[in-house]
Each structure stands twice: as structure tokens, then as C-alpha cells.
Design a protein around this ligand. Structure first.
Ligand SMILES: [Fe+2]
Ligand SMILES: [Fe+2]
Length: 322
């Protein structure tokens, strides 16, 4: 039931952000990324106004599997172009590389190898071709984190593809993309006029099997127990897609009862390996067709009246990137 709802509704929640301690003001409309530790990043954005056109956008992607021929590179490009138009930042949660066609990978299948990667320097070529593709958008990427496809290469071949790609992009374009963790935190700090608000996102590449019936939604309740500070929980890996809000009852420091929401987002992949169902590993093991795309986070603010005073109330929406 909730799965159907999640896939049908693009724009579904709008919650108050928590008021935070004052943060150093940055120029109106600008964004700053600060590395607090290896897997904790602050993303500051100063909203220009409450107008829709001044929203702050984040493209959240997982499981690009960019080098796999079944990954929709055209859709990736379309979303990155839109990110440019929206002055968005991009946060990637891993499996940007598929990287399964190496000589020693028992899963390798020559049909899944693009011609540009059939050159004997497979891992180097993966990094170079990805850097060519993402280069025009390097300034948009804030964080790239590894997934299990990257850590598998680290274990077998002692090279970290995420770090190689980030280094190449930063060297080529003078950008400052950060490498995230397999899991980590992003604190979005939004300013408007003299107000500052924050929203915490916990990300994890994802784990576990396909869960063909529950789609892994059960994990949300386990994670909710140990993530009391997260407003958004973003995961990928299973190539499923859903949004599952958990409303919570809170008590403010002044004793006021209020509700907030922990929003769990399962971000899909750009790879769809079912195709016509003719055959292959995914079909033989009974894998279903999968949704493709990514997710947009849109931060904005509304003017409202509280205690006879006009205040700006920030909102965040989660939209499907299709
Ligand atoms: Fe994946
Ligand atoms: Fe994965």
C-alpha cells in the first residue's frame, strides 16, 4: 500500500526544520560545503527569498553503475543538466561504478563490457571515462561516497575507485569534491534573512538482499531506533525505490509537544537489467524489473504568522528524478 503511494506521489511532505545556533552568514544564493570529519559534512545554503525559483536543490543519486551498458547514461546526463539549471549540488551514495568486468571477477560477462573498456587497463579506463563523463558537472558534485562495488575493487585490487575519480575530477577542474564514507552524515544548514535552520541526513550505501515482497522497508524501523538525530535517512543498493515517512512525537526544550518526521528514502539506480526478460543472471535468479532514476531534495521556505509575527518556515520536499 505504502509502496504504491510512494511511487505515485512526488511531492508529499513538508516539515518544519529545527532552529539552530547562529551560523556564519554566506552570500545570498550561495552554497558552501564544510568537511567536519571524514564522513560528516555540512552543506550551508543561504536562501535568497521564499520564492519557488530560489529553492535550494540537491540531486541524491545511488547506484549509477555508470560503466554498465544497461545503465541509462542519457538519463544521468539529463538530470545533471537539470541540476546545473537548478544550481543544485549532487550527492552520490556509491556504486557509481559497476566494475564487474575485470579479468579476475567471476561475475564478468563480455556482453556487459563497453568497447571503450576493452583495453587491458580496465580499472584505469573506468576512472578516466567516468571523469570524462562527469567532468562538465564536477563543480556540482559535493560528495561522492563508495558502495560495495567500489569496496569490492579495494579488497581485490587495492585501489579505491571513488578516491581515484574524485582526485581526477578535482585535479582536472579545480573542484573540491569530497569522498564520503560507506555511511555518513550531511547536515543541511539553511539561512534566510537572519534565521538559520538545519536538517540532518544520514546516508548509507545500503545492504541486504532484494526483499522481493517488502522491498526492504522493514529496515526503516530498525534504523529509526538508532538514528534519533536523522530527519532524512537515504539508502540505495537494492535498486528499489520508495519513500517512507515515520512521524514522531517530540517535546521541545520549553515543554511544547510537537510532531516531526523521519523520512526514509530508498534511492533507485540508473541501471535496469531486466529489459525484455530474455535471460541473464538477473532473470535466472527471478529478479523483477526495477525503477530507475534518482531523487531530488528541494529546500525552500514559506512565510507564515506565529505569535502575530511573520516568520519564514522552511520546508523540504522529496521528488522523484525521472
Ligand atoms: Fe548497486
Ligand atoms: Fe550496492
Amino acid at each position: 500500500m505504502y509502496l504504491q503511494k510512494a511511487t505515485m506521489i512526488d511531492r508529499f511532505f513538508s516539515v518544519n526544520l529545527e532552529l539552530e545556533m547562529p551560523v556564519k552568514r554566506i552570500p545570498s544564493g550561495s552554497t558552501e560545503v564544510i568537511e567536519k570529519s571524514r564522513n560528516v559534512h555540512f552543506v550551508k545554503h543561504q536562501l535568497k527569498s521564499t520564492k519557488d525559483k530560489d529553492s535550494f536543490w540537491v540531486l541524491l543519486s545511488f547506484d549509477r553503475h555508470h560503466d554498465n551498458p544497461k545503465s541509462d547514461n542519457r538519463m544521468e546526463k539529463r538530470h545533471l543538466e537539470l541540476a546545473r539549471e537548478r544550481k543544485a549540488i549532487v550527492i552520490d551514495g556509491g556504486d557509481l561504478f559497476c566494475a564487474m568486468q575485470g579479468k579476475y571477477d567471476p561475475r564478468s560477462d563480455k556482453r556487459d563490457l563497453k568497447p571503450e573498456h576493452q583495453t587491458g587497463d580496465y580499472l584505469d579506463k573506468l576512472v578516466k571515462t567516468a571523469a570524462d563523463f562527469y567532468g562538465p558537472y564536477a563543480d556540482l558534485f559535493a560528495i561522492m561516497a563508495p558502495g560495495n562495488h567500489e569496496t569490492a575493487i579495494s579488497k581485490r585490487h587495492e585501489t579505491n575507485l571513488t578516491e581515484r575519480l574524485v582526485t581526477m575530477l578535482n585535479d582536472r577542474h579545480g573542484t573540491n569534491i569530497r569522498v564520503g564514507g560507506f555511511s555518513g552524515w550531511v547536515k543541511f544548514q539553511l539561512g534566510l534573512n537572519n534565521q538559520n535552520m538545519a536538517k540532518n541526513m544520514w546516508y548509507h550505501h545500503g545492504y541486504g538482499g532484494d526483499a522481493p515482497v517488502t522491498k526492504g522497508v522493514i529496515q526503516t524501523n530498525r534504523q529509526a531506533v538508532y538514528l534519533p538525530d536523522a530527519h532524512i535517512v537515504a539508502t540505495g543498493h537494492t535498486h528499489n525505490e520508495w519513500q517512507f515517512p515515520i512521524p514522531r512525537l517530540r517535546l521541545s526544550p520549553k515543554g511544547k509537544v510537537y510532531h516531526d518526521e523521519q523520512m526514509h528514502i530508498k534511492v533507485p539506480s540508473y541501471k535496469e537489467e531486466y529489459v525484455d526478460g530474455y535471460g541473464g543472471w538477473h532473470i535466472e535468479r527471478g529478479g523483477p524489473p526495477k525503477p530507475i532514476g534518482a531523487v531530488w531534495l528541494r529546500f525552500s521556505a514559506d512565510k507564515t504568522t506565529k505569535n502575530k509575527m511573520t516568520v519564514c518556515e522552511p520546508t523540504v520536499e522529496v521528488l522523484r528524478a525521472k
